[in-house]
Design a protein around this ligand. Structure first.
Ligand code: HEC
Length: 96
């Protein structure tokens, strides 16, 4: 029967839906790499990080850090707990 074939996949879908939020929402910050932090906080709007990196002025590290901090303070971030790691990530990726 059709229903018999569909039921197991519905059960699986239910598991995925129930299982996903705890796994994604409350992962402890240290378990993230800086790259994953960027994925969580910025990538939903900036899938191509190159334009983000280009916007960061090429200055000494301390000035880039200040620029990124100021920028992020008034810019959306999809994952607040990832902010410090995103800062590290962007600093690393703009090291020249
Ligand atoms: C909710 C969507 C959204 C999220 C999340 C987001 N941004 Fe943006 N960002 C935008 C939009 C839209 C623009 C372009 C319009 C503007 O300049 O305000 C932009 C522009 C920028 C720019 C200027 C350069 C450019 O491409 O125009 C930088 C740098 C930037 N974002 C960095 C970040 C970083 C870093 C994060 C993660 C912490 C982030 N953004 C998260 C929507 C987002």
């Amino acid at each position: 029967m059709k229903a018999a074939a569909i039921l197991p996949s519905l059960a699986l879908l239910g598991l995925l839906l129930l299982g996903a939020p705890p796994a994604g929402a409350q992962a402890p910050a240290p378990a993230m790499t800086p790259a994953e932090a960027y994925q969580r906080g910025c990538a939903e709007c900036h899938r191509r990080e190159s334009s983000v990196l280009r916007a960061i002025p090429s200055r000494p590290e301390a000035e880039r850090r200040a620029w990124i901090e100021r920028f992020m303070a008034r810019h959306p971030c999809a994952c607040d707990e990832a902010r410090p790691l995103i800062l590290d990530y962007l600093l690393e990726r703009t090291r020249r």
